[in-house]
Design a protein around this ligand. Structure first.
Ligand code: EPZ
Length: 416
C-alpha cells in the first residue's frame, strides 16, 4: 500500500486534535541517551521517523519500551555502542542528532553521513564546527563521520546560520562539558525550547533557549524525567490550510497559538476568519482566496515546513503570489507535481510565482518530501477527479494518521 487516493472533497468541517511535534520528539528521543535513569515521554506522535530513531537508540544499547498510546519509556544507563548502523542513518537525517549525546556520554561517536529528505544538500558543517569548538577531533572517511573527545570543554560558538539541528546537537554535546558554552545566532524554534526544558528536567543547566543566545553550564551527570512533547505546529498549520483551501470550517485542537502566528497572519491575509480560543483555533475558509506573498525564514518567521502547503492554497487563489524560500536551496520539488495538476507556477531561483487558477485537476503525482506530500493531499481535496499520490512513505514519516484525521473532517481519501 503505497498510494493515497484523494477525491474532490466537500468543505471540511469538524474538530481535529493535533499530535505531538515530530521535530521535538526526534531531538528529545536522541537526548534521552544522556539520561542515566528512567525517562518517560508522553504525547509522542506515531510516525515512521520516531520508530527509526527508537531503533537507533536500541542499537546503541538503550532500553526502549512502547507503553500505551503515545508513551515511550527509555533507559540509557547501559548504552555501550557508539556507532550508529548505516541502514538506519540513511533513512533519516535526524538520526544524526545522536552524535552530540554520544560524544558527551561515551566520548566518541561514529555515524554515516546523514540521509533524509531530498530538500537540498543538507550539510552538517555547523554541527561539526560546534563539536570541534568543544574539543572533539573529527574524522571523515568513506562516508562515515567520527567525533572523539576525552573531555569536552565549554566554548563560545557562533552559528553562521541559525540551524535547528546544529543548535540541538551542540546543546546536547555541551550539557556535560566542563565550564560554560554559549551558542550565538542559535535557532529559536519552539522545538529548541522543548528540548532545553527536557534537558533541564534531566538535570542540565541551560538558559536562553528560544532566544538567539543559549548558555549551557556543564553538569556532572543527567538523571531521568517525565516529559510531554509539545504539539506539532506544522501539522496544525497543515490542517488550517485544509480548512482554507476547501472553504471549510475546522477547529484545530491542542495547539500553542504563539507557535503558529505567521501561519495565522497569512491565512487571515488570504481571507480566512480565524478565532483563537486557548489551545483551539477555529479556521473558516473564505469563498474567495486572496493571493498573498510569503517568505520563509527561521523562527519566528514563516516556517519553511509550511511553504509547500501554502503553495497549494495559492495555486487556487484569485491573483498572483510570490513565495520565497530562504531556508533550503531546493525546496520547490512539489512545484512540478502541482503543475501536473494544472497549477500555474514559475520558478525564478529561490522565488516561485504562482498565478491562481479556478480549479486544479487530478493527476498521478509523487510526494517528493514529507511536506510536499501534504501539499499534494491538500491540492487533491479541491481537484476534479481522484488524485493518486505515490511515494507516500514521506507522508507517513511526518504525519500521524493523516487519512483518519482528514476523513473525519469529511475528506474522501484512502490508501491503496
Ligand atoms: C530541521 O531540519 C527540521 N527537521 C526540518 O523539518 C526543518 O525544515 C528545518 O529544521 C528548518 O526549520 C527536524 O527538526 C528533524 P537546519 P534541520 O539545520 O535541522 C543549512 C520537516 O519537514 N545548514 O535548520 O536539518 C541547511 O543546509 C523537516 O519536518 C548548514 O548549512 O534544518 C539548510 O539550508 C524538513 N549547515 C538550513 O541550514 C549545517 O551544519 C536549515 O537547516 C546545518 C544546516
Amino acid at each position: 500500500m503505497n498510494k493515497i487516493m484523494v477525491e474532490k472533497s466537500p468543505p471540511l468541517r469538524g474538530n481535529v486534535r493535533i499530535s505531538g511535534a515530530k521535530n521535538s520528539a526526534l531531538p528529545i528521543l536522541a537526548a534521552s541517551l544522556l539520561g542515566t535513569e528512567d525517562i518517560i515521554l508522553e504525547d509522542v506522535p506515531k510516525l515512521k521517523d520516531v520508530e527509526v530513531i527508537c531503533e537507533v537508540l536500541s542499537s546503541l544499547g538503550a532500553k526502549v519500551e512502547f507503553l500505551d498510546k503515545g508513551i515511550i519509556k527509555i533507559n540509557s544507563k547501559d548504552i555501550n555502542n557508539y556507532e550508529t548502523p548505516y541502514e538506519l542513518m540513511s533513512k533519516m537525517r535526524a538520526s544524526f542528532l545522536v552524535m552530540g549525546p554520544l560524544l558527551t556520554r561515551l566520548g566518541k561517536t561514529k555515524t554515516s553521513l546523514p540521509g533524509g529528505c531530498a530538500i537540498g544538500t543538507r550539510p552538517i558543517d555547523l554541527h561539526l564546527k560546534g563539536f570541534r569548538a568543544l574539543g572533539a577531533e573529527i574524522d571523515v572517511d568513506h562516508g562515515n563521520i567520527g567525533a572523539y573527545a576525552d573531555r569536552l570543554v565549554g566554548d563560545r560558538i557562533y552559528l553562521d546560520f541559525p540551524s535547528v539541528g546544529a543548535t540541538e546537537n551542540i546543546m546536547m554535546a555541551a550539557v556535560m562539558a566542563e565550564g560554560e558554552t554559549i551558542i550565538d545566532n542559535a535557532a529559536m524554534e519552539p522545538e529548541i525550547v522543548d528540548l532545553a526544558n527536557f534537558l533541564n528536567k534531566l538535570g542540565a543547566d541551560i538558559k536562553g533557549a528560544g532566544t538567539s543566545s543559549i548558555r549551557i553550564k556543564g553538569v556532572k551527570e543527567l538523571g531521568g524525567a517525565t516529559h510531554s512533547i509539545i504539539p506539532d505546529r506544522i501539522e496544525a498549520g497543515t490542517f488550517m490550510v485544509a480548512a482554507a483551501i476547501t472553504k471549510g470550517d475546522i477547529v484545530v485542537e491542542n495547539v500553542i497559538t504563539s507557535h503558529i502566528k505567521p501561519v495565522i497572519a497569512k491565512l487571515r491575509e488570504a481571507g480566512c476568519q480565524i478565532y483563537e480560543n486557548g489551545d483551539k483555533v477555529r479556521v473558516i475558509g473564505a469563498d474567495e482566496i486572496k493571493a498573498v506573498d510569503i517568505k520563509t525564514l527561521p523562527y519566528p518567521g514563516f516556517p519553511t515546513d509550511m511553504q509547500a502547503q501554502f503553495m497549494s492554497l495559492m495555486s487556487v487563489s484569485q491573483g498572483t503570489s510570490v513565495i520565497i524560500e530562504t531556508v533550503f536551496e531546493n525546496r520547490f520539488m512539489h512545484v512540478d507535481e502541482l503543475k501536473r495538476m494544472g497549477a500555474d507556477i514559475k520558478i525564478d531561483g529561490r522565488s516561485a510565482i504562482i498565478q491562481g487558477v479556478d480549479s486544479l485537476m487530478s493527476a498521478p503525482v509523487k510526494a517528493t518530501d514529507l511536506r510536499a506530500g501534504a501539499a499534494l493531499v491538500l491540492a487533491g481535496l479541491v481537484s476534479d477527479g481522484v488524485t493518486e499520490i505515490g511515494d507516500i512513505y514521506h507522508i507517513d514519516r511526518g504525519y500521524d494518521n493523516i487519512e483518519e484525521k482528514i476523513t473525519k473532517l469529511g475528506a474522501k481519501i484512502y490508501r491503496v
